[in-house]
Design a protein around this ligand. Structure first.
Ligand SMILES: [Zn+2]
Length: 163
């Protein structure tokens, strides 16, 4: 296993549940994404705007491929996504600029964003992989400090994994 795989696994304990990704297909406006709960409302709204137009709820994938993190346009809930290479580079720049302060509380959505970067990296070793692994490493440390209860539970369950 590469260093990247190790940090991705450590990060995986802090991930929230991401909702499947939906949008309005057919002749609707497909530019926005929705969670399963809000998709019917979005369809009703678009049908009201353009009566008689053929449109439907599309998608539902667990890992929609895209250039950026995805959130429901109505309720803001995190949607499942996989980063493109362009998206990966954008996120990498964003996190390197952001320079997370160790005492800043982080949400599990941030864990998902970093995990998505780890998943999008090929090859698994090299300059790009090292940059993502460093960001993941720094954040795993913050998540553990922030939520020691989770980390204690994980270490107890899997004593052989941590030195
Ligand atoms: Zn929603």
């Amino acid at each position: 296993m590469s260093r990247l795989d190790d940090v991705a696994e450590a990060l995986s304990y802090f991930l929230p549940t991401a909702r499947p990704h939906h949008w309005i297909g057919g002749h609707g406006d497909c530019s926005e994404s929705f969670c399963p709960k809000c998709a019917p409302q979005a369809l009703a709204d678009q049908r009201a705007d353009k009566p008689g137009t053929d449109m439907w709820i599309d998608g539902g994938w667990e890992a929609h491929y895209g250039d950026s993190p995805a959130f429901c346009a109505i309720c803001g809930e995190l949607l499942a996504y996989t980063l493109s290479e362009y998206g990966l580079r954008e996120e990498l720049d964003h996190f390197e600029e952001w320079q997370t302060a160790p005492d800043r509380p982080l949400s599990s959505v941030v864990a998902y964003e970093i995990y998505a970067m780890c998943e999008a990296i090929y090859p698994r070793e090299g300059e790009l992989a090292d940059r993502v692994a460093k960001i993941a490493d720094d954040h795993v440390a913050i998540f553990r400090a922030q939520d020691p209860y989770i980390w204690v539970a994980v270490s107890t369950l899997r004593p052989s994994q941590e030195g």
